[in-house]
Design a protein around this ligand. Structure first.
Ligand code: ADP
Ligand code: MG
Length: 609
């Protein structure tokens, strides 16, 4: 007995539809992308009841001929590819020719479309894959597709829809992605008769501001890099504005929103030591790569892609983000009014990707002499604490006392770039652990050890770059380690040498230390090295990807002032001044907060009533 049946088209379509259209938001995505592909410069999204009742997209794009208007609902009907080869050169959003067929299988669809050189348009009504009518109609140039009562013929699926608020937030997110990627296109979005977004064409920054609020520009730095394998343009969030959850993170490739954990990690890694653990920066990044070196076809809804030059792109993206974070930490705010164009010309087909060198100075000191004096300081904190830069003593006693690493390398804060303030506040030491002081508009409580760690860390890194100052020990010290640690130490010797530790292997598991940075006591050496080795092992597995940073963080921690050390007033003032001269004063090298600010408003709030 034969048991195989061929499924009727309508059933096959319904089954296939589930892959493309699983909720109202996915229908919205397909319709918006089709409109963009049709070259629309303005489009409207109209939604009722979170997409349950109506999803309509009206565009001013190319429109369709009478025949295409009928054909577009057929499965595998697409104007975007003709041969399998085309798949690899695709720049448009859709190309599987499945979206409209799928939507028409599970909804009541009304299409009106007119091409620019036609007087009349055409209207197609289709329900559950059944064409009900096709008639000539008068309508504006372009296309309007209304999707009514989604899943009307699949009650199980309709019942599966979440609360309106949830379905709506998915739709809104899709809208934001498409609107961000296509910032030169005008968009409007109505929900239940209310106009929610009315976006004018503009540049990328203006589009971000129009969607997320004009205040958002204060929170971003521009990122830009033009290389062969990838062109990068966009904005990354300042470290101060990280969030506890992954919120505004947008990555686009060739105008399409993508999810790519690898590339997201590239951006987040650039923040490694600037932000606390488990916090996430915002970013809006447009990538442009040769479509031939991109595989977008690995996921039916096409938010996942693969890059041929993934590792190179990873490295460039990370370096570009770092550059943005370093270079712009002082520089002016983003100019949201100057148009910033992205060069969309494809890379030559036969180029060989090479790792580009991105000029980036990790020791960039935003408060160095070269800082333009008239520039507005982005570091409002430093500004707030300006009086410390005027009154800080010239000798950094506390640092010498605590570490001995600081002679001759003390970067003096540039008092001249900070507005002079008459009042000088004497900081208070609390519990031998915190420093409390005032600033222009509140009180700041500083964790002295974490703050000192940050200062030493940046100083060590700078020292390492220059080659550390070593002091010959009067009596060389022998240190013994277990086999594993000895091997690890062997690897670290060149790094230690740069920091001013001259350590040489003596015999199997014994090393001799002949010089250290000034102030490291001989008694502590064994402990210091052991600790450095063990932290290095941990660090490399977790937080730090670069060994020099790991080693400096570990040394900084060991050399920092301990809790319970009560600092003198001048020492505290110096520590505060040094802290705010750091690149990342808010956070310790191990990612913990160095300070806590109680603003005047907080105080007033607390004392209300
Ligand atoms: P795909 O986008 O993958 O080609 P779709 O099912 O989304 O498949 O669309 C099928 C075809 O219908 C498209 O290739 C295009 O030719 C046409 N089409 C769809 N939407 C529009 C529109 N808004 N304007 C003009 N043509 C459209
Ligand atoms: Mg499509």
């Amino acid at each position: 007995m034969d048991i195989i049946n061929i499924l009727p088209d309508s059933v096959a379509n319904q089954i296939a539809a589930g892959e493309v259209v699983d909720r109202p938001a996915s229908a919205v995505k397909e319709l918006l992308e089709n409109a963009m592909d049709a070259g629309a410069t303005a489009l409207q999204l109209i939604v009722k009841d979170a997409g349950r009742t109506l999803i309509q997209v009206v565009d001013n794009g190319s429109g369709m001929s009478d025949i295409d208007a009928r054909l577009c609902f057929e499965r595998h009907a697409t104007s975007k590819i003709r041969r399998a080869d085309d798949l690899f050169a695709i720049r448009t959003m859709g190309f599987r020719g499945e979206a409209l067929a799928s939507i028409a299988a599970v909804a009541q669809v009304e299409l009106k479309t007119r091409q620019h050189d036609n007087e009349l348009g055409t209207q197609v009504v289709i329900e559950g894959s059944d064409v009900k009518s096709q008639t000539p109609c008068t309508c504006p140039c372009g296309t309007s597709i209304a999707v009514k009562n989604l899943f009307y013929n699949i009650p199980a699926r309709r019942n599966f829809l979440k609360k309106d608020s949830i379905e709506f937030s998915h739709i809104e997110e899709i809208f934001r992605r498409v609107a961000l990627a296509n910032y030169k296109t005008a968009f409007s979005f109505h929900h239940n008769g209310k106009l929610l977004y009315d976006l004018r064409p503009g540049n990328f920054a203006q589009r971000i501001a129009a969607i997320f609020g004009t205040g958002f520009n204060q929170r971003l730095y521009q990122i830009e890099e033009q290389t062969e394998p990838v062109k990068i343009f966009g904005y990354v969030g300042k470290a101060e504005f990280v969030k506890r959850s992954r919120g505004e993170q947008y990555l686009f490739v060739n105008g399409r929103f993508i999810k790519h954990p690898g590339l997201s990690a590239a951006i987040e890694r650039a923040y490694n030591e600037l932000i606390p653990e488990r916090t996430y920066p915002a970013y809006f990044v447009l990538l442009d790569v040769d479509p031939q070196r991109l595989d977008v076809n690995i996921h039916p809804t096409k938010t996942e892609v693969r890059f041929i030059d993934e590792q190179t792109i990873f490295a460039i993206l990370r370096a570009a983000t770092k550059k943005a974070l370093g270079q712009y930490s002082l520089a002016s705010e983003i100019e949201f009014d100057t148009p910033a164009e992205l060069d969309l010309s494809p890379a030559p087909k036969d180029f060989i990707p090479s790792q580009p060198t991105v000029p980036f100075n990790p020791f960039y000191n935003p408060f160095g002499n070269s800082a333009p004096q008239s520039r507005k300081q982005t570091s409002s904190l430093k500004d707030e604490l300006g009086h410390f830069f005027d009154s800080a003593p010239t000798d950094s006693d506390y640092a010498n006392k605590a570490s001995g690493m600081t002679e001759n390398v003390q970067p003096r804060p540039q008092a001249d770039i900070v507005a002079s303030r008459s009042s000088t506040t004497v900081p208070i030491s609390y519990q031998g652990r915190y420093i409390i002081t005032t600033m222009k508009s509140g009180i700041v409580i500083i964790d002295q050890q974490r703050a000192h760690e940050r200062i030493l860390y940046e100083r060590l890194l700078a020292q390492r770059a220059r080659g550390g100052v070593a002091q010959q020990l009067l009596f060389p010290v022998n240190c013994r380690f277990n086999a594993a640690d000895s091997e690890m130490l062997g690897e670290l010797l060149p790094d230690l040498k740069l920091l001013g530790f001259v350590v040489e292997p003596l015999s199997q598991n014994t090393f001799v230390v002949t010089a250290t940075p000034s102030g490291v006591s001989a008694d502590e050496l064994q402990m210091l090295l052991e600790q450095t080795i063990s932290e290095y092992k941990n660090n490399m597995m977790q937080r730090f990807s670069e060994r020099d940073k790991s080693i400096c963080a570990s040394l900084a921690r060991q050399m920092s002032v301990r809790q319970g050390t009560t600092l003198k007033a001048e020492e505290m003032q110096q520590l505060i001044a040094d802290l705010f001269s750091c690149q990342a004063p808010n956070i310790s090298p191990s990612g913990r907060r160095t300070m806590f600010i109680v603003s005047d408003n907080d105080i007033a709030d607390g004392l209300k009533g």
